[in-house]
Design a protein around this ligand. Sequence first.
Ligand code: G1P
Length: 287
Amino acid sequence: MKPVRKAVFPVAGLGTRFLPATKAIPKEMLTVVDRPLIQYAVEEAREAGIEQMIFVTGRGKDALEDHFDIAYELEAVMKGRGKPLDALVGTRFPPGAIVSVRQQEPLGLGHAVWCAREIVGDEPFAVLLPDDLMVGRPGCLAQMVSAYDKVGGNIVCAQEVAPERTASYGIITPGSRDGRLTEVKGLVEKPKPEEAPSNLGVVGRYILQPEIMEVLANIGKGAGGEIQLTDGMAALIGRQPFHGVTFDGDRHDCGDKTGFVIANLALALRRDDVAPAVRAFLAEIEG
Ligand code: G1P
């Protein structure tokens, strides 16, 4: 079984839900405490053994690549002032470790993944949606890679969602369960609650086999008139093993304002440098 060495980050979206914040910066550069969303996803991938990060970007998204480059002037000035560069740990990658390809038209998540086909080549790969901020030890993708080492095939991160919210997620028809592993017997993109096969949703982490690319090249538009990754994955069920892994940790939906504010609070409370003051403030407004 080939190891998972590459990860695709679909980051071409316009982030209209966060306007005006995202008028001039990519939504993946919005910060939770002191680092941008994209950095959490990249760090999670690196912890899971990913060697190459593939950004599927678009116009106006250059800040994402700059964030992982060497900021020569900044470093020179900081060094000159005798300041440590610790805060930049996790943001410098050698040439080739971060590559990007443009999704020229907004045709959907399935299309975004397909745009990376030449770079992915003939090996399994991960997909991480940076909007979903996953907090756990080990990280979400590392937990999925452990499952992959046992069962192979395709793996999605599965999470129970509120039954009335199925129309926001890819939804799983579950088969047999073994601890955190659930066999995936069917997948449907954003069904209405009355049509949903369960309330087990797919959240933004995937391990996929390269055959998905050929499927994505040939499927038509699905829900919302977009080329859906969910439809491509559904076509692989029965041809290849397919499982959902229930993540042991917390998911923050940072594609949503409320989720984003809560993520800031939750992560601040885990940080020794800011937690005491934030906790004191919360106690003050509660009392
Ligand atoms: C995408 C996928 C959906 C998945 C969700 C997870 O939807 O299409 O299947 O459940 O991410 O966050 P989006 O949130 O981009 O509309």
